[in-house]
Design a protein. Structure first.
Length: 264
């Protein structure tokens, strides 16, 4: 088998459509609530009574608008966590899962190099997360048109991109840890712990003055601090691209020297 990329995509032929349709349905159902929310005359007064830090973390300041409503309800917590659960679990299964199932040897004995194997697995994982992002983008546009949220194409693209970049960062980390250790549990647990720490820093940075300067180091802040349903692409997106690339570059030489047989 020379094309692990196609095999990795084929392995997701059942669960990826399920995830994509699920996130699309979540967005559409939430968008359907907007007409009733927009008719609440006291919504602005209610939001002003909330603590400033809470309004900032969950983008509640703009909740009286369609994009602000979806930001607060979905794009700052629910959808990021869905993307992260998918990306981490999928990344952990791609190499470590193959090794635990005893099927990794079938890939390693082919003419395909170990470098190409890991790169193609990473590419397939990235494409699957992009597919989820496309589902969110499509559902956001459809829901926006049907229920009058007034979300522009540019804002929907930026919002979906933020979710994709966040998922790719931690998904590639899970893939790399799984490849280097052969342990799917560790490949899930370590990135999950980092997700929790990053989100805690994101929230605590808005609540604790002493942590405010450190908040920008959180991938959640890099992805979400501008909305993320915003017509402008934040410069902080660049910081979400670098970690997965660096993790992959560091892992490739270590992965090529790893003795799979003795790791079991």
């Amino acid at each position: 088998m020379r094309n692990v990329f196609q095999k990795a995509l084929w392995d997701q032929r059942r669960n990826l459509p399920f995830w994509a349709s699920g996130v699309a349905l979540v967005v559409l159902l939430e968008a359907a609530l907007w007409p009733s929310m927009s008719d609440m005359a006291s919504l602005d007064d209610y939001l002003q009574d909330l603590p400033p830090a809470l309004r900032e973390v969950f983008s509640l300041d703009q909740m009286a608008t369609g994009s602000g409503f979806l930001n607060a309800e979905l794009f700052t917590l629910v959808l990021p966590m869905i993307f992260l659960v998918f990306a981490i679990n999928r990344g952990a299964r791609m190499v470590a899962g193959e090794e635990e199932a005893g099927t990794l040897d079938l890939l390693l004995v082919t003419p395909l190099s170990t470098t190409r194997l890991l790169v193609q697995e990473a590419a397939a994982l990235t494409l699957s997360i992009i597919a989820l992002g496309a589902a969110v983008f499509g559902a956001t546009m459809v829901g926006g048109r049907l229920f009058g949220l007034g979300i522009s194409v540019a804002a929907a693209v930026v919002g979906a991109t933020a979710l994709v970049l966040l998922g790719v960062e931690f998904g590639i980390l899970a893939l790399v840890i799984g490849a280097l250790t052969g342990r799917r549990g560790l490949a899930i647990g370590a990135p999950t712990a980092l997700v929790m720490a990053a989100y805690l820093l994101f929230v605590a940075g808005a609540l604790v003055d002493g942590l405010a300067a450190w908040r920008g180091f959180s991938p959640f802040d890099q992805a979400l601090h501008s909305g993320p349903l915003s017509p402008q692409v934040p410069a902080s997106f660049a910081w979400l691209v670098l970690p997965p690339l660096l993790a992959l570059l560091v892992a490739l030489p270590l992965w090529s020297r790893r003795d799979i047989g003795t790791a079991r």
